[in-house]
Write a protein that binds this ligand. Structure first.
Ligand SMILES: [Zn+2]
Length: 216
């Protein structure tokens, strides 16, 4: 199975689809945020740096990702989360992935901005396991209202799920992520997934077809 990289606007469905692949298709997620936090537990310098909220340099992130990936069997399907954020990272990541003999399928989740804004108000998160739900979308509602299916914690709306902060994140997406989308398109490893339906069912179906096509 090829490794998966999702590229999407904020609230494009990346978290939802990643969760689906993890819970139903045996994927393991490699998240740069998680890796950095766990690395910082025994690295005081990194810990101090992370607390400033600044971005860690590419070399450090890529080294940590490479180390983690090299521990995981090639037969385990991987989702890369949090990387690549920039075109420069995408190019460096390519070298690492080809060195590890990991093929990658990049899935760009394309969503109209109006629909993204509609979704903004429905999202609820489990603070314990970070699984995300949407109280307006049947497929992603929790089984019991406002409780996480997995750990029964009360679901919450994130503070930054407001219009003002969304516009900042969306502008960042246009500036940093769209060049990465164009890069992979040119390389010929990009699959575009339209995800404009309210319930995301057809996008999920298409995603599973893409996953199926990339099984080896
Ligand atoms: Zn939970």
């Amino acid at each position: 199975m090829k490794s998966v990289i999702f590229l999407a606007p904020p609230l494009g469905g990346k978290g939802t689809f990643s969760d689906y692949l993890i819970h139903h298709c045996g994927f393991t997620q490699i998240s740069t945020g998680d890796l950095l936090r766990s690395e910082a537990e025994h690295n005081e310098e990194l810990k101090a740096f992370l607390s400033t909220g600044a971005f860690v340099d590419d070399e450090t992130i890529l080294q940590i990702v490479e180390k983690e990936l090299s521990k995981i069997s090639l037969s385990t399907p991987i989702i890369l989360d949090g990387i690549p954020r920039t075109l420069q990272q995408a190019k460096k990541l390519d070298i690492i992935l080809s060195g590890l003999k990991r093929d990658v399928v990049v899935i760009y989740i394309d969503v109209d901005k109006k629909i993204l804004l509609d979704r903004l108000l429905g999202r609820r998160i489990c603070m314990k396991c970070h699984r995300s739900y949407n109280i307006y979308i049947d497929e992603f509602k929790p089984k019991v209202s406002m409780l996480c299916d997995d750990c029964h914690e009360t679901l919450v709306q994130r503070d930054d799920d407001n219009l003002e902060s969304y516009e900042v994140r969306y502008a960042k997406f246009l500036e940093s992520t769209m060049p990465v989308v164009a890069y992979y398109q040119e390389k010929g490893c990009l699959t575009v997934l339209q995800n404009n339906d309210v319930d995301q069912t057809s996008a999920l179906k298409s995603l599973l077809e893409v996953i199926d096509d990339n099984k080896k």
